[in-house]
Design a binder for this molecule. Sequence first.
Ligand SMILES: Cc1cc2nc3c(=O)[nH]c(=O)nc-3n(C[C@H](O)[C@H](O)[C@H](O)COP(=O)(O)O)c2cc1C
Length: 323
Amino acid sequence: MKTRITELLKIKYPIIQGGMHYVGFAELAAAVSNAGGLGTITALTQKTPGDLANEISKCRDLTENPFAVNLTFLPSLATPDYPGYVKAIIDGGVKIVETAGRNPQQVMPYLKDAGIKVIHKCTSVRHSLKAQEIGCDAVSVDGFECGGHPGEDDIPNFILLPRAADELEIPFVASGGMADGRSLVAAMALGADGMNMGTRFIATKEAPVHENVKQALLAASELDTKLVMRPLRNTERVLKNNAAIRLLEKERALGEKLTIDDVIDEVAGVYPKVMLDGEMEAGVWSCGMVAGLIHDIPTCAELVARIMSEARSILEKRMQQVG
Ligand SMILES: Cc1cc2nc3c(=O)[nH]c(=O)nc-3n(C[C@H](O)[C@H](O)[C@H](O)COP(=O)(O)O)c2cc1C
């Protein structure tokens, strides 16, 4: 299948695995890339640039296909060694970077000089246009449905994607709520050049997370996510658990007075406990509404092949009815 995204990234299918904290390790990234999509290592999950360099080289041993590194710019006071991570990406010969969190202007000259394609993930048309203006090669347009940080505009993909298609010149992928062949055909019908999936890729055999996490996704429906940290303008869509309910109670009780310190117990240091140790009540963790569409744990190759065959069948059979 050829789209502007497969051509740009030199991949077989227009299916990207978005960066995910404590999920986007080499094993998953390589499995997605070997399946013909684009796998992504999450830089900040690696404690130091040296660790990231090792993870990149591990991924290179596992796949000969292109893979990406996600570089998330955190809104917090924490200041990761961004120059060090960028150097590890460039020295590791990675040719695709997914940026997120805020626009990547500060690192663009380094990435572009190294011939790296930059996909910026953002949640609005105005941020997508800014990414285009500063030289990003593509954007990943993350709708309100998405797991993680949907921004503060709350525009779902049925509106956001055609709006992006009307305004953007660079290629873009649909992100948020994508799960299967229906998602891919719909995303392309709305003007996208492919799709990015987060939550769906967690429930795969190769995702190196605790079995409890995968089972939680199978058990969840589309009604089981919550938006937390909205009063801090750092909204995150997470799986509903006791920590999320506790956090929302604090938000209600403290109103405008809420600070990050009030929610630190529910958000700090949670990911290794949930993803690696399977402590499902350790705190809040990102999860998309798409959980309602996840009913099995295939390999990445099975998932990607199924998506492509379902997409082809929709185009061949169902779409014929349109004419
Ligand atoms: C558990 C989890 C962790 C995530 N961590 C990150 C991250 O560290 N950086 C980032 O840019 N996006 C992160 N995301 C967002 C995904 O890359 C992707 O944009 C999102 O999951 C798409 O929505 P979906 O879950 O409906 O597919 C995370 C998502 C999940 C589910």
